[in-house]
Design a binder for this molecule. Structure first.
Ligand code: BEZ
Ligand code: FE
Length: 308
């Protein structure tokens, strides 16, 4: 004889609720939605009423049990408890749910040939040091040297002089400098395009790394059979007057993680060839690299007009 599931377990294949039950649930949704009718700010009214409709639809769709509701509250409480000025578990949760990328998509509408945006991530730091064109952003972080170069233009192809380019990346051990115990700055910098809109700098060949997964979001990934790994990438944020600010990454062609990035950040247009350079290949700026291998990549950045 099969055991009856306890009342709090989800009823797999459960029947549709009766008409009488649906009427009770519909009436509650209507009352909650109406409770926001007098919100003075019309945008807040729209957001809260839509949230109420979707949240209730979700609860009804999965027939949420009280035990699951309790687990969800405990989970969110844990997210709050682990969050501080260095760790933001709610953003991480948004990232692994694809909510961050959906918000990026909604707010960075496709525009002509403009470069696509992707997720910001938690590791940006304001006021990273400035490097000159051709400078090294690695700051002593371990990894294989990589030469990055390209242009910044508008969608008509006009070069953008003086565009500010912020770049940041993890070292070969998968750590950002903010995760180092000694507070030193490495793997990040800003620079400006020259009068032809070109830029170039040394960094590190990107390598894969896991998002922080020692907290509740990590447990959620494990429970759902998902990996915390991010595809190898380097972050860019590009700002220029009268043009839309671009927050993006470039990814490494051939990386096995491209199809399974834990935060859904990969876009085909952002996958670039990082050409491996055998030991002894002269560097573009004659930098002495001894016996080291290095790589090089080109990334031409196209900015959409501001307000698009
Ligand atoms: C990152 O690429 O730095 C990142 C993005 C989302 C979550 C964690 C890390
Ligand atoms: Fe990153």
């Amino acid at each position: 004889m099969t055991e009856r599931a306890p009342a709090t377990e989800p009823q797999v294949g459960a029947k549709q609720p009766s008409d009488q039950q649906q009427a009770v649930e519909d009436a509650l949704v209507a009352r909650v939605v109406a409770s926001f009718d007098h919100t003075a700010d019309p945008r807040l009214r729209k957001v809260m009423q839509s949230l109420a409709r979707h949240l209730h639809a979700f609860i009804r769709d999965v027939r949420l049990t009280e035990a699951e509701w309790n687990s969800a509250i405990a989970f969110l409480t844990e997210c709050g408890n682990i969050t501080d000025d260095k760790r933001q578990e709610f953003i991480l949760l948004s990232d692994v749910l694809g909510a961050s990328m959906q918000t990026v998509a909604v707010n960075n509408q496709a525009y002509a040939n403009a470069t696509e945006a992707t997720v910001f991530g938690p590791f940006f730091v304001d006021d990273a040091p400035r490097v000159p064109l051709g400078g090294d952003i690695a700051g002593g972080a371990p990894g294989e040297p990589c030469w990055f170069e390209g242009t910044v233009t508008d969608t008509a192809g006009n070069p953008i002089a003086g565009a500010r380019i912020e770049v940041w990346e993890a070292d070969e051990a998968g750590l950002y400098d903010v995760q180092y115990p000694d507070g030193r700055i490495a793997g990040r910098a800003h620079l400006y395009t020259d009068r032809n809109g070109t830029y170039k700098f040394w960094g590190l060949t990107p390598t894969p790394y896991p998002i922080p997964h020692d907290g509740p979001v990590g447990r959620l990934l494990t429970a759902t059979g998902r990996s915390p790994m991010r595809a190898s990438h380097l972050h860019f944020m590009v700002t220029a007057e009268n043009l839309r600010t671009l927050i993006t990454h470039i990814f490494v062609a051939g990386d096995e993680l491209l199809a399974n990035d834990s935060v859904f950040g990969v876009k085909d247009s952002l996958v670039k060839q990082f050409a491996p350079q055998p030991s002894g290949t002269p560097a573009p700026d004659a930098r002495p690299l001894g016996e080291r291998t290095w790589s090089r990549v080109r990334f031409d950045i196209v900015l959409a007009p501001a307000g698009t």
